[in-house]
Design a binder for this molecule. Structure first.
Ligand SMILES: [Zn+2]
Length: 279
């Protein structure tokens, strides 16, 4: 097995087709495909504070504190509107790879870009949350709330010069009245109910991989939450003798001794890998 592919300029042409073919064939040959998407699977749009959206918002509100609750929405709009086309292209490649396969994807990204794709929603779990649900900052009743999409639209319209920002009402917790916030791991009392159903489906799917030909793609999974993807994946590959692992990361691509025989380490940013070698 290949032990290390270094993406240096001079070696790209030699390894390009080989490693892409190997990934492609392994996925197509597998009975089940497990995908882990990590923190490196993104291209950051820069800081909110330096954005046009932020400047417009601050000018419109005069920086008054009563409007501060809208900032996470402004940030979401900024990130969505400045989404790099290579991110979309990388997800497109992933869709093609997984077409007609029995797959499950676990992602620690919180940008929700994966939900804009045609990947099967019931085969995705995002345990770090994102923008899809709201929760109370105090975690009242461990409840999550379906988010009212009109709110983000209204804020977006205001940023584009349509509508009065004073008229937009803050969503509030029905129990304590506090402002509802986005349900993701960055908040203090993160309510995990937002992903539990998908998590249970994931666990069940994983149990079904035993004794099956399993292809594992680890795309940019670093050490931010190693207990969520990296370590469990290593354990799975260790125990499943019919498995193969592709670990793709610009820095943390190393494989442990135990799984070296079943693993490929690829030193490359996952988005570059998918876009440059498959598009
Ligand atoms: Zn509350």
């Amino acid at each position: 097995m290949v032990d290390g592919i270094n993406n240096t300029k001079s070696s790209i042409n030699n390894t390009k087709d080989n490693i892409a073919d190997t990934v492609w064939n392994s996925v197509k040959d597998a009975e089940m495909v497990l995908v882990g998407i990590g923190e490196e699977f993104g291209i950051e749009a820069g800081s909110l504070e330096n954005s046009r959206e932020y400047a417009v918002f601050m000018e419109m509100t005069g920086g008054q504190s009563r409007f501060q609750w809208m900032l996470p929405f402004v940030e979401e709009i900024f990130r969505k509107d400045n989404k790099d086309h290579r991110v979309t292209a990388a997800y497109d490649v992933l869709e093609k790879l997984l077409q007609e396969k029995n797959y499950f994807i676990i992602s620690v990204r919180t940008d929700d870009f994966i939900y804009d794709t045609d990947l099967k929603k019931d085969r995705i779990v995002t345990p770090c949350g994102g923008y899809r649900f709201w929760q109370c900052p105090e975690g009242c009743g461990q409840r999550i709330f379906e988010r009212d999409g009109r709110l983000a639209d209204a804020i977006r319209n205001c940023l584009n010069g349509n509508g009065k920002i004073e008229k937009i009402e803050m969503p509030s917790c029905p129990v304590c009245g506090r402002q509802l916030i986005h349900n993701n791991i960055k908040v203090t009392n993160y309510v995990e109910e937002g992903y539990l159903e998908a998590w249970n489906a994931y666990k069940k799917w994983l149990q079904g991989t035993v004794n099956h030909k399993l292809c594992v793609l680890e795309l940019g999974v670093g050490m931010q939450y190693p207990g969520v993807i990296r370590w469990p994946f290593e354990k799975m590959v260790f125990f499943n003798q019919k498995s193969v692992l592709f670990r793709i990361h610009s820095k943390l691509y190393q494989l442990t001794e135990e799984i070296r025989e079943r693993g490929y380490k690829i030193k490359e940013k996952p988005i570059d890998f998918l876009v440059n070698r498959f598009v």
